[in-house]
Design a protein around this ligand. Structure first.
Ligand SMILES: Nc1nc2c(ncn2[C@@H]2O[C@H](COP(=O)(O)OP(=O)(O)OP(=O)(O)O)[C@@H](O)[C@H]2O)c(=O)[nH]1
Ligand SMILES: [Mg+2]
Length: 173
């Protein structure tokens, strides 16, 4: 049986590649090249393919982790990743005015292309408790169901492992 495949989604610069490196360490492969789109995000490099790494969970199970590219033009790659994903981690900045729309859009995309996949929304930039609460409530209202939302620092492996534990608990048997 193939190992469970988990995909990281989120806008450019939110920290998908950073999270994958923190989780999977030296064995991870990333597809970063110099960033020519400094208007969208002012950082040195950006992902132009699918990042990949492997995480061994506490119970010995291996998860295969893929990092999607955040730039709009790579929608086709995100769809391809969803064609084999069993779980999605959706990274957002809850302080960003567009975060709700983006989270909902991505949840819809997961639902459309991977109807059996589980999703967890990760608030990947510092947010106050009221901002987190408002975001979670508004997302649940829009989605018409409870959506798991948790804050993480994408540079902290332990926090990311907690997020994966939560997602793993929601995966279909
Ligand atoms: N100050 C601060 N920086 C952060 C935080 N989280 C992530 N970063 C930084 O934000 C940047 C995220 O960049 P990437 O990991 O390349 O983002 P990405 O989502 O893979 O972006 P694309 O591949 O371009 O879609 C890195 O420089 C991180 O160190 C945070 O909580 N605070
Ligand atoms: Mg990246």
């Amino acid at each position: 049986m193939s190992p469970p495949r988990i995909v990281l989604f989120g806008p450019m610069g939110i920290g998908k590649t950073t999270a994958l490196r923190a989780l999977c360490g030296a064995g991870s492969v990333d597809c970063d090249v110099p960033n020519l789109d400094r208007l969208s995000h002012d950082k040195a490099t950006t992902t132009v393919g699918a990042d990949f790494g492997i995480v061994r969970m506490e119970d010995g199970e291996e998860l295969h982790i893929y990092g999607s590219p955040g730039q709009d033009r790579f929608g086709f790659l995100r769809q391809w990743l969803l064609s084999f994903a069993v779980g999605a981690l959706i990274l957002v900045d809850a302080n960003d005015a567009g975060a709700l729309d983006l989270a909902q859009q991505t949840l819809n995309e997961v639902q459309r292309h991977a109807p059996d996949a589980a999703s967890v929304v990760l608030v990947a930039r510092p947010a106050t408790a009221p901002v987190l609460d408002r975001f979670s409530q508004a997302l649940a209202e829009r989605a018409g169901r409870a959506v798991p939302v948790m804050p993480v620092d994408v540079r902290e492996r332990e926090q990311l492992l907690d997020a994966l534990e939560l997602l793993a608990a929601l995966l279909p048997e």
